[in-house]
Design a protein. Structure first.
Length: 144
């Protein structure tokens, strides 16, 4: 199963405070363990919400709202995409993570939908289209 592992934003990450050299080294060592274990598929830190925006949808209308966004607890400061055997395995790996922030912080783990999760709504044609798109994405990622 794949999971998205999200590092929740804090006041320091939203202020744009960069991690210390030691924290960067600790996180790289942790990421190396994840890669060697065959867990980590992708991961990155995100810049503060002041550098981003949101697009709100209402029917056919789209409204762009520039950051920053005030509810820090709802924001993500970084993420990993992991391939794990179970949510329990993901939890065990998160417990090994260095605290990603200088203050108390939180990491959220969410399973990613797989084609079979959609039941009969995922028709054979849609499954084929999904597979073609995944192959194209992999090809693009390999050309970087």
């Amino acid at each position: 199963m794949q999971v998205m592992v999200m590092v929740k934003a804090t006041s320091s990450s939203e202020a744009g405070e960069l991690p210390s050299t030691q924290l960067i080294a600790d996180m790289f060592a942790y990421n190396e363990q994840l890669v060697k274990a065959g867990i980590m598929l992708a991961g990155n830190g995100l810049q503060p919400s002041s550098r981003g925006c949101r697009v709100q949808f209402s029917g056919d209308n789209r409204t762009v709202v520039d950051g920053p966004f005030t509810e820090t607890k709802e924001l993500v400061a970084g993420y990993w995409l992991w391939q794990v055997d179970s949510i329990e395995q993901a939890i065990e790996w998160v417990k090994k993570c260095p605290n990603p922030m200088p203050e108390d912080s939180e990491i959220e783990i969410r399973p990613i939908y797989e084609a079979e999760d959609f039941g009969e709504n995922m028709t054979p044609e849609l499954k084929d289209q999904d597979e073609r798109l995944r192959q194209e994405v992999e090809k693009l990622a390999g050309s970087e």
